[in-house]
Design a protein around this ligand. Structure first.
Ligand SMILES: [Fe+2]
Ligand SMILES: [Fe+2]
Length: 196
């Protein structure tokens, strides 16, 4: 990592720490570490991974109306038409964080922004970076769920299969618990399944 990049990382870490509760901040650091490990496995450049991982949940604890406003701004900035109101904060916080990455840190690389914006739902087209962040958030060492061993194994063998696995499990989990499923998530899942 170059001097300038490590300086930037320090700035981001300091900012993120102020925004989050200790437990969520620690989750963020574990996501970064996990993402770097996956990236290393696939020979993907580390700096973009760190930036995306550190910022992915930065808006999770801000006021809901502020989160929604930032999320809407990001969609407008990217010319994405999507109904997000029904998605609630679970959907908004990633989009909001991507907007903040632009306005606060001057980050404009589409791959980094997209990885942050869609870390919860995944997206129709996902770069390796998006997939790495998506999976790292799911399998970081603090996570505990029934099929985590399989999720971890898939992450290190085939990122596409791992991505679909997570999408499928998340939808199943919501349905099982009689929770609402964000309609876009279903469309994204259908898009990925059609690739098989
Ligand atoms: Fe998140
Ligand atoms: Fe997260």
């Amino acid at each position: 990592m170059s001097k300038m990049n490590s300086f930037k990382r320090k700035d981001i870490v300091r900012f993120v720490k102020k925004q989050l509760s200790p437990s969520r901040f620690n989750h963020t650091l574990r996501v970064e570490e996990t993402a770097l490990d996956i990236a290393n496995h696939y020979h993907y450049p580390a700096n973009a991974v760190s930036v995306a991982a550190l910022l992915h949940d930065v808006c999770k604890e801000i006021k809901k109306n502020e989160m929604f406003h930032l999320a809407t701004s990001y969609l407008q900035r990217m010319n994405i038409e999507m109904e997000i109101e029904s998605g609630g904060p679970a959907i908004w916080h990633g989009l909001a964080a991507a907007e903040l990455a632009v306005t606060m840190f001057g980050i404009h690389q589409p791959e980094i922004l997209s990885a942050i914006a869609f870390h919860t739902t995944g997206w129709y087209e996902m770069s390796p970076l998006s997939q790495i962040i998506f999976m790292a958030d799911y399998i970081e060492p603090g996570r505990q769920f029934k099929k985590i061993t399989k999720a971890r194994k898939l992450t290190y063998t085939d990122l596409d299969e791992a991505t679909i696995f997570q999408m499928k499990q998340s939808i199943r989990h919501l349905a099982k618990n009689e929770q609402r499923i964000f309609i876009e998530s279903v469309k994204i899942y259908n898009h990925w399944v059609a690739k098989l």
